[in-house]
Write a protein that binds this ligand. Structure first.
Ligand code: FMN
Length: 729
């Protein structure tokens, strides 16, 4: 609902807003320019009027522009002239004319807003839609960030998602202000808001033919120039004429014979409201605000374009279900909680297997649940987790809806969570759903199970358990929903390791020219994952990228797993061979920006992304590497290059641990030996990046717990701050 509320109006109004906002941007920047040229100095209106009257022949009207510039209309010969005047002397400084570009843009903006009824309605609706888009976008963003508490926290997602979210986070206040004031101005142009200021002066005359000097008029002396909008002086040739004045505080008429008020009406609430709205919308009168609003509006095209691309991407990867039974007929309800859609790949495989096994299955997003089907006997939930253990987009309303539904004691259920162990609340949403279903009276078939980073074996293991529980054979044919792939060619390879069966190879790959299009790599960073589907295979295997797209090639480390589905094939590819692969962002394993020291810990192929970070460390940030291999001559990946990186200062220290040397040592032993130095580094703000197998990562985490003991810091705290990150496989 929130997403629909956000995307549909966003798409409809994006174009219109780009035009209106575009002219608005430029307009809102003009007050800032004008302000730069405004003369300053506090005087009252009587003094200003006297000075102008003394210096300029036939001065008729004095205006103070919202930017502070004073403009006087006076006679020059027979013609009327407008001059910018110096309030300190009343002297004309230059002819005044609004800049041509300003006039043109103002006319365009106003034609859209004021002259043409259709356009006025469209712009009014667009402004209302913008309010909706900004507010719904704000809630969506808060949800993605894991709640309002984390609203200012670190952004996650790929480049496109981050560009959209980060821009929105910065400019939402400016856009909301523009939208709300735009709605108010639209309502006012349609007469739906009162204008205020009901009474008008009528038939006012000077009390005598003799006029006192402007400078001595008490009414004009009581008004500061900063308050002035417009002052119309009395006609010299008409002894009965009066002085009319409009200020920020109200409107009045002054008797030139006495200099006192003939009539005064203070601005009422509505007039003040409209003046404030106009000032907030246009920035006229507050040049810095105009600049801020202008810059926010400038981001509308960026938000529209990135939002559209995100929407398109989500739509393209939506799943297609075959043989989906209506809820009322289904004995099995399969609910899916997903945001990036990969969980749907598993759900479709399970759906098809259950249907083949003779069950009547209704599969739907978790948010679609409104009631239990009359024949539903079991509920299966497959859900991902986002934010800080929160629901993914397609499950955001599930728990609230469940709370409103009737208890269903006859229903049995099982939950399978999809997540990433590197997040502190691994599969947090799956556990929350399990508990809510138990609390709702449903019967749990088992404790929640989990799948780490879309692991096919873990999923198949759960399916095997389900088959036994249902007492049915389940033929699960999983096909990952893969993103578009790129063809890569092996350019070079280096092999490490004595045993040919378990050798590790470093492969360097380059993009290939396809369909006549230039060979180019999609964007990816060091530490992101390269997904490779082996010939005849269905599920991708992921390899950490050593290089980044900016390096112009893809570099990965592949360790042959005897009997493995992908690595023996991949590691045997010779230069010239091609493969198809795709990239997956691995946000949780990015090098933190800044100059704080970095402790890199890796073993085996885990060295890959760590070497990449060091290679890119041209600024010489302090980096300390702990690397575990079998021995100096067996599996010591990048041995020569690491020495070189130490020599040129990109790597501060290199500490190795060889598990097949005498005495044998593991990286965690080296870490503990350096405990005092490492504790000091972390206390001073260092971050830690660990890459390698699970057993190594667990050993390393235990070592860090000991290292940090008594330092006032803890591993969970470092993890929560994003200062202890792992890439574990
Ligand atoms: C922004 C973001 C936040 C995430 N937060 C968590 C989390 O808190 N816990 C977790 O176990 N997994 C988390 N994940 C990992 C996803 O749950 C996991 O990749 C899942 O397989 C995605 O499924 P989907 O593509 O169907 O949405 C997060 C992923 C992203 C991109």
């Amino acid at each position: 609902m929130l997403r629909t509320l956000h995307s549909i109006p966003a798409l409809i109004i994006a174009l219109l807003l780009v035009v209106v906002a575009g002219a608005g941007v430029a307009l809102s920047i003009f007050p800032a320019f004008e302000h730069a040229g405004a003369a300053t100095g506090a005087v009252d209106v009587a003094t200003l009027a006297a000075r102008v009257d003394a210096r300029l022949d036939g001065a008729e009207t004095i205006m103070r522009r919202p930017s502070g510039v004073i403009v006087a209309y006076h006679l020059a010969g027979q013609a009327q002239r407008a001059s910018v005047v110096d309030p300190a002397t009343g002297e004309a400084l230059a002819d005044w004319q609004p800049p041509r570009a300003h006039r043109w843009l103002r006319d365009l903006h106003r034609t859209l807003l004021l002259r043409n009824d259709g356009a006025r309605i469209a712009v009014g609706i667009a402004a209302a839609c913008l309010v909706l888009v900004v507010v719904s976008g704000l809630f969506l963003l808060a949800r993605r960030m894991g709640g309002w508490r984390h609203f200012a926290g670190r952004m996650r997602g790929d480049v496109l998602q981050r560009a959209h979210d980060e821009t929105a986070r910065i400019v939402f206040a400016g856009l909301l202000l523009t939208a709300l004031t735009g709605v108010a101005m639209s309502l006012a142009t349609f007469g739906l808001l009162p204008e205020g200021g009901d009474s008008e002066p009528f038939g006012m005359h000077a009390s005598g033919a003799d006029r006192i000097e402007l400078e001595r008029m008490p009414a004009l002396r009581s008004v500061d120039v900063a308050q002035l909008k417009q002052l119309k002086l009395a006609d010299r040739d008409d002894p009965t004429d009066v002085i009319e004045i409009e200020t920020a505080g109200g409107t009045g008429v002054v008797d030139p014979a006495t200099g006192t008020w003939l009539w005064w009406q203070a601005a009422d609430g509505w007039q003040r409201f409209h003046a404030t709205v106009a000032m907030l919308h246009t920035g006229e009168g507050a040049w810095w605000l105009g600049l801020l609003l202008g810059l926010s509006s400038l981001t509308v095209p960026v938000l529209a374009a990135t939002g559209f691309l995100l929407w398109l991407r989500r739509r393209r990867s939506l799943p297609r279900l075959v043989g989906n039974a209506p809820l009322r007929d289904a004995d099995t309800l399969l609910l899916v909680g997903s945001e990036g859609n990969t969980t749907w790949g598993f759900a479709i495989a399970l759906h098809d297997a259950l249907v083949r096994a003779g069950l009547r299955v209704h599969t739907a997003p978790m948010n679609d649940l409104r009631a239990w089907g009359a024949r539903t006997r079991r509920l299966l939930v497959l859900t991902a987790t986002y934010g800080d253990g929160a629901a993914p987009a397609s499950a955001s309303r599930f728990l609230t809806r469940l709370g409103r539904m009737a208890p269903a004691a006859a229903l049995e259920f099982a939950v399978l969570g999809f997540g990433d162990r590197q997040f502190p609340r691994f599969c947090g949403h799956a556990y929350a759903v399990h508990e809510a279903l138990v609390a709702h009276g449903l019967h749990a078939l088992a404790a929640p199970a989990t799948v780490d980073r879309q692991s096919e074996p873990e999923f198949l293991q759960w399916c095997a358990w389900l088959a036994r529980t249902l007492d049915r054979a389940l033929d699960v044919r999983y096909r990952a929903l893969l993103p578009p792939t790129t063809t890569l060619q092996v350019v070079s390879r280096e092999d490490y390791g004595i045993d040919a069966q378990t050798r590790t190879s470093v492969l360097r790959l380059a993009p290939v020219r396809e369909h006549g299009r230039r060979a180019r790599l999609p964007r990816f960073e060091t530490g992101d994952l390269l997904g490779v589907v082996p010939p005849g295979g269905v599920a991708p295997r992921y390899y950490s990228c050593v290089s980044a797209a900016a390096d112009g090639r893809v570099e990965i480390c592949v360790r042959r797993q005897p009997g493995g589905a992908c690595s023996p094939w991949l590691a045997d590819l010779q230069p010239g061979a091609t493969l198809r692969a795709f990239f997956r962002a691995h946000e949780a394993f990015r090098l933190r920006a800044g100059s704080a020291p970095v402790v890199l810990v890796g073993a085996g192929t885990g060295i890959g992304p760590l070497v990449g970070f060091i290679r890119h460390n041209v600024a010489g940030r302090p980096m300390h590497l702990y690397f575990g291999a079998r021995s100096k001559d067996d599996g010591f990946l990048y041995g020569d290059e690491l020495q070189q990186l130490v020599a040129d200062g990109r790597l501060r220290t290199l500490t190795t641990a060889f598990s097949r040397a005498i005495p044998r040592a593991y990286v965690q032993d080296r870490l503990l030996a350096d405990a005092a130095r490492l504790r000091e580094l972390v206390v001073r703000g260092a971050c830690v990046m660990v890459c390698g197998g699970r057993a190594m990562a667990e050993g390393v985490a235990r070592a860090w717990e000991q290292i940090l003991a008594g330092s006032g810091l803890s591993l969970p705290r470092l993890r929560a701050q994003g200062r202890y990150v792992e890439d574990v496989y």
